[in-house]
Design a protein around this ligand. Structure first.
Ligand code: GAP
Length: 501
């Protein structure tokens, strides 16, 4: 699938596009249309349902996106949140050094030291892409967006947060006290993050303002080698790309074997398994498009003891791309904030003083939406379909009167209100031929079409059409809520009656 085709389709169908497009847009900012907003919201809600369900002490909170400088000094963002850049000596254009090399040599240089990047740029005689001038030595650039608050002598320096995670760490102590003083405790935030990316690109893949869904799991590190529900996943096969066996692409390994063979703690492997299940079972991502990739020592953040990326294979942006990660951040964050703020972060668990460690499950919502769009797009002979998994589709069903006369529209509106009242996300469309209306819902991935025709007025049956097979069955109006629920839960349309033409 070509990148340009996806971008064009996303714009025409109300999914996403570059922000402020009526002016000269600035790279790295994107807006969502009505369909994109619905898909994003559904993705986020599925994420909440799944990940908050992993523990009985896991909750969602919201935190400010602007926080004082002290927060980011303590977190290490001001000192270490850096990208390597190369500046053109002639025109002053600045590019990310690892991306310049990646584009040329088609491999990842993320995490490589500045001196090595400079040496590679020299070796391959790479020039400025804008003016062909010579590039200077690779330097660090900080990614944080500074903002100032107040005026005059009250003026304070602050930053837009670079990750939602910090909001959970600064609220840890308060939430621990407000909740039942138990570990593990999970704090989730679905919210905005901002990074001054030097070369934003590939639309929702590398943005300057984006949405993250992150769960911080605070736990006693003495318990890291056990998880009470590990048996549920012990023989579950993980799809892994390890640093030792890079040429393998993907290796399948049970969770038991990952603990033994890769020397990973149970508590960590348990969460790798749950993340994979979220992708394969909830989001219905094809198995072959998913893997968990181990990061090398050079690639991972200095505070991450274990760090595996969640990757999806997306042809339009060059293959395997990181859409999230599972990070064992140890006590780095609570220790840093405790020391800098003077708030004791250690907690008392049954008489023992514990400075909790953190496993973070982090996902970029926008990257995941882009992946969903690419992985769901099918070009068929007679139509283009976004075959979204039924639970992520923007609407559950479209409601169509066959014609706009003889009481059919009124009957269709009645059914529309009935299904809305039953909690379904439905929309009404009475314009154009029924064939065109079906094509329109196929194009934005709505899984079901419900048509009201002259027979409906006599027998109270409607036609239910399945987007993927295009098969149709007749269903009683009164049965529609139960049928639609089962259909959205994954049942085949054939379960509800004989196919009609
Ligand atoms: N709290 C950990 C953290 O922020 P990260 O790997 O820097 O880790 C997590 O980011 C996820 O956020 C990434 O896997 C990606 O999905 C998303 N993300 C990061 N930078 C992004 C950007 N510039 N544009 C879009 N998404 C981004």
């Amino acid at each position: 699938m070509e990148y340009e085709k996806i971008m064009d389709m996303a714009k025409r169908r109300g999914i996403f596009w570059q922000s402020a497009g009526i002016y000269k847009p600035v790279a790295g900012f994107y807006d969502y249309g009505h369909i994109g907003t619905l898909i994003k919201r559904r993705w986020e809600n599925l994420w909440r349902e799944f990940f908050l369900g992993l523990g009985d002490n896991y909750y969602e909170i919201q935190a400010s996106v602007i926080m004082p400088e002290d927060v980011f000094r303590a977190s290490g963002h001001l000192e270490s949140f850096l990208d390597p850049v190369a500046k053109c000596g002639k025109c002053g254009n600045v590019e990310r050094a690892d991306h310049i090399l990646e584009d040329l040599l088609k491999e990842s240089f993320e995490g490589m030291a500045k001196a090595e990047l400079t040496a590679l740029i020299r070796k391959h005689n790479i020039k400025c892409e804008k003016c062909k001038g010579s590039l200077g030595d690779v330097e660090d650039r900080n990614l944080m967006f500074p903002v100032s608050i107040g005026t005059g002598k009250d003026k304070k320096s602050a930053y837009l947060t670079g990750e939602t995670a910090q909001g959970a760490y600064v609220n840890f102590k308060l939430m621990f006290d407000v909740l039942r003083r138990r570990l593990p405790m999970g704090l989730a935030i679905v919210g905005k993050a901002f990074r001054h990316e030097i070369s934003p690109r590939q639309a929702l893949i590398r943005m300057r303002e984006f949405t993250q869904a992150e769960l911080q799991i605070f736990f006693d590190s003495d318990a890291i080698n056990k998880h009470p529900r590990f048996d549920e996943v012990g023989s579950y096969k993980l799809r892994l790309h390890t640093t030792k066996n890079k040429s393998a692409g993907v290796e399948e390994m049970s969770c038991h074997d990952a603990v033994k063979g890769l020397h990973l703690p149970e508590f960590y492997v348990y969460h790798l398994a749950r993340v994979q299940q979220f992708y394969l079972d909830v989001l219905a991502v094809p198995e072959k498009a998913f893997r968990l990739r181990e990061l090398s020592a050079e690639e991972k953040a200095f505070y991450n003891k274990y760090h595996w990326d969640i990757q999806l294979n997306m042809e339009s942006v060059g293959g395997w791309k990181e859409v999230g990660g599972v990070h064992y951040r140890a006590d780095h964050d609570l220790k840093g904030h405790g020391e800098a703020s003077g708030t004791a972060m250690a907690v008392n668990i049954e008489g023992k003083s514990v400075l909790p460690h953190v496993i973070e499950i982090s996902m970029g919502v926008d990257r995941n939406v882009y992946a969903l769009v690419e992985l769901s797009y099918r070009e068929e002979k007679e139509r283009d379909v976004l075959a979204f998994p039924r639970k992520v589709a923007p609407f559950d069903a479209g409601i169509f009167p066959l014609v706009n006369k003889d009481g059919l529209e009124e009957k269709a509106r009645e059914i529309y209100e009935f299904l809305r009242g039953e909690g379904f996300q439905v929309f009404f469309d009475s314009s154009g031929s029924i064939g065109r209306r079906y094509r329109r819902i196929d194009e934005v991935g709505v899984p079901a079409g419900i048509t009201i025709d002259y027979d409906t007025l006599k027998d109270n049956d409607v036609t239910l059409r399945d987007r993927d097979s295009m098969k149709q069955v007749r269903v009683k109006i009164k049965d529609m809520p139960a049928v639609l629920r089962r259909f959205l839960g994954g049942e085949s349309v054939s379960a509800f009656g004989e196919f009609i033409n």
